[in-house]
Design a protein around this ligand. Structure first.
Ligand code: ADP
Ligand code: MG
Length: 701
């Protein structure tokens, strides 16, 4: 069947009128034949089995029964009428019940005629009943297409109200297969089909909708999942290869004086093996003639800054400038002091550019940048302004924490004819499989090891009823000179309520920790940015003992003297947020603590989250649990990014298929970068179709 035929509007399908077409479009996004074929069942039910009424048990779910209707009546109720039919086979009787469409059903039901009914059975006041069963005359049932496994398609209330039941969708699918003769263009190469022992596309589509048996169903699922993930990977990898090929990067072929000098004379500590490995990976990228686009993942405190510094030194050694962009002013300040500290005694010019830099100072920075007198520029998105022109920017480092979009990032490199190398740093561990899809066009480095001698943060869970003990503990820590964070959730929908919680909490802390003995800062989203900065600064400088805040502090402040993180209503936070918050402490030499406060009522999921936090400090392990609990949809706002628009594959469960798909996508494009080989014609066509209709960035950015 040719591809154009599949673009036929769904109204042309026999049995689909304009009304149904509208509903299909609005509820399931089905506009064409193609869309219908790609509506994959959620699950399957074994339809080779017919139950007897006498066999039904209370927990039997969906069942198929042959029998006759022996009686119909309308039952008046307070809530309205319902139609009740008594349905019988030779082993017993049960009730079929309708709340909607009663008149039509009553007129059309045939008494004492064999029917096959199908649906979910309820046990209700001593009898079995089935609401809104799907019904078919036995005579028709016997003529219908025999399938062992009954597919169950996604449904919505509106669909079933409009009479588009599972059976109707099934009928439409049968019609579609008749009109297309069940022949669909192959989208994979015969090489792949052979190597992976995949069934053909036609065969797979047939068996996904009308499985002949379990085995064929499994093979159909594998084939279609593979195909879906394969084409995502082909797009990502093609993009990466195109970038490497087209975007000739600057070649930093010298490991020069500055780098060597720093490495030999100025390293403040021994690098961890992970840091060494990552520096090596970056060096290899920078030394090749392709543009680097690398994601550096490393948990909070894993030591990304020094990696950034060494990378910048490589750029400067080769006669280029470097910039380092952070999402907030506070972070930019911290990076600036961190970097200048590391570069002490080395002859390099480094400047800070943020919104608060005065016009006159700004002008000087702009000039020095253009003349090349300035080697490193650190700052906020102020770096993206048009006035900021480099003499020769060779490396851009983005500390992103998911604050910058792809578009903003690329603004950095549109400044040059040849794009600078890009290093994106993130402290949010992303499970590998997800990273493969989300950042599949980037190279990935991971610092999976903390510097030695770090005392892991001790994490405990405490109930609100133990607050007095917690306060006593805080007092002891403050007496030792430590500082404390107390964080409240602030979640959009109930903002005013949350705000009240925060203020109540603040007042009670002020009561328990009175002036002048205790100084308390408060920071929340409703404050003016200047006021926020001011309060943060007070805490950073050690002028206040306690910082009461909403999650605004999540984004990387560094106060090594803070040793206790108290998270209020911690059951309301997601795992990655909890982990990020905990990362604010444990940065100094002292033992640090994270105290998760909750009420007594906790959901199972909340318990799992709390237990995970108490059990481990490993960000990747936490990310895996998070992925399992929530699915990839919610992680890092991938919901909006729509990575979940997958039709059949599941990034978490189909992890292995994803890896296979990525492997074969890489092989394919290595051997045939522009898909010219005759044996890859099918792939070439499918790929062209795909990027025409749905660019990969619809999945991602
Ligand atoms: P990140 O940016 O990844 O959160 P940083 O680069 O800020 O982490 O490093 C956190 C702290 O650990 C800093 O105080 C830094 O000096 C220290 N540090 C980094 N690497 C090492 C190491 N290999 N050995 C000892 N301390 C280190
Ligand atoms: Mg950092």
């Amino acid at each position: 069947m040719n591809a154009n035929f599949l673009q036929t509007p769904i109204t042309y399908l026999k049995g689909v009128g304009p009304n149904r077409a509208d509903t299909l479009q609005s509820e399931l996004g089905i506009a064409t034949y193609q869309d219908l074929i790609n509506l994959f069942p959620n699950r399957y039910i074994d339809k080779t089995q017919y139950y007897k009424i006498g066999q039904l048990e209370r927990h039997t779910a969906d069942v198929q029964i042959i029998g006759k209707i022996i009686h119909v009546k309308t039952v008046e109720q307070q809530k309205g009428k319902r139609l009740v039919a008594t349905f019988a086979d030779e082993t017993g009787e049960m009730q079929l019940v309708w709340f909607r469409g009663q008149k039509w059903i009553r007129e059309n039901l045939k008494l004492n005629t064999p029917y096959v009914i199908f649906g979910r059975c309820n046990w209700f006041s001593g009898a079995f009943s089935m609401p809104h069963p799907e019904m078919e005359l036995l005579s028709e049932h016997e003529q219908g297409l025999k399938i062992a496994m009954q597919p169950i398609y996604p449904s919505t209330e509106k669909l079933s109200n409009k009479g588009i039941t599972n059976r109707v969708i099934n009928k439409m699918m049968q019609q579609l297969f008749m009109e297309t003769k069940g022949e669909f263009l192959e989208t994979l190469s015969s090489e792949l089909l052979q190597e992976l022992k995949l069934i053909s596309r036609s065969n797979a589509l047939y068996n996904i909708h009308f499985p002949k048996n379990q085995n064929l169903l499994a093979r159909a699922q594998f084939r279609l999942k593979f195909e879906e993930l394969f084409y995502i990977q082909v797009q990502l990898i093609a993009k990466m290869m195109l970038r490497k090929q087209k975007n000739k990067g600057y070649t930093f072929d010298k490991v020069g004086q500055l780098f060597n000098d720093f490495y030999k004379e100025h390293l403040p500590f021994k690098l961890t093996d992970a840091q060494k490995r990552v520096v090596k990976e970056i060096r290899a990228d920078l030394g090749s003639n392709a543009q680097m686009n690398r994601l550096l993942q490393g948990d909070v405190g894993s030591g990304k800054t020094i990696v950034a510094v060494m990378s910048m030194l490589l750029a400067i050694d080769n006669g280029f400038q470097a910039c380092f962009m952070a999402p907030t002013e506070i972070l930019a300040n911290q990076h600036y002091s961190g970097v200048t500290e590391l570069l002490k005694g080395i002859d390099i010019n480094c400047a800070l550019l943020t919104g608060s830099v005065k016009k006159s100072a700004r002008k000087i920075i702009h000039e020095k940048l253009e003349s090349g007198a300035l080697h490193i520029l650190i700052g906020t998105h102020a770096l993206l302004e048009d006035k900021v022109q480099y003499k020769n920017l060779g490396l851009a480092i983005v500390d992103e924490q998911h604050k910058f979009g792809v578009a903003q990032r690329s603004k950095l490199w549109h400044k040059n004819a040849i794009p600078p190398h890009i290093l994106i740093m993130t402290a949010t561990p992303i499970p590998r499989t997800l990273a493969m899809s989300l950042y599949g066009d980037l190279d990935i480095s991971v610092i999976d090891e903390l510097p030695p001698g770090r005392k892991p943060v001790k994490t405990v869970h405490r109930f609100d009823s133990n607050r007095l003990k917690v306060f006593r503990f805080i007092r002891e820590e403050i007496k030792k000179g430590r500082q404390i964070y107390v964080v409240y959730p602030l979640i959009q929908e109930s903002e005013s309520l949350d705000y009240k919680d925060l203020m109540d909490g603040y007042e009670s802390i002020v009561r328990d920790f009175p002036l002048p003995e205790y100084q308390i800062s408060i920071v929340h989203g409703k404050m003016k940015p200047e006021d926020k900065e001011y309060e943060m600064e007070r805490f950073v400088k050690g002028e206040t003992n306690i910082m009461v805040a909403t999650t605004v502090i999540e984004v990387g402040v560094n106060v090594p003297n803070a040793s206790v993180m108290i998270i209020e209503s911690s059951e309301r936070f997601g795992l990655s947020q909890l982990h990020q918050l905990r990362g604010r402490v444990g940065r100094g030499a002292d033992q640090s603590y994270c105290i998760l406060m909750t009420g007594h009522k906790l959901s199972t999921e909340a318990k799992t989250r709390l237990q995970t936090m108490v059990r481990t400090n490993d960000g990747f392990e936490i990310a895996e649990v998070d992925l399992r609990l929530r699915g990839p949809g919610d992680l890092m706002g991938t919901q909006q990014s729509g990575i979940l628009n997958l039709k059949i594959a599941d990034i978490v469960k189909d992890n292995d298929i994803l890896k296979t798909a990525r492997y074969y996508a890489i092989q394919l494009l290595k051997n045939d970068p522009s898909l010219e080989k005759i044996e890859n014609l099918a792939i070439r066509h499918t790929y062209a179709q795909l990027i025409k209709h749905k660019n990969i960035w619809n999945y991602i950015s």
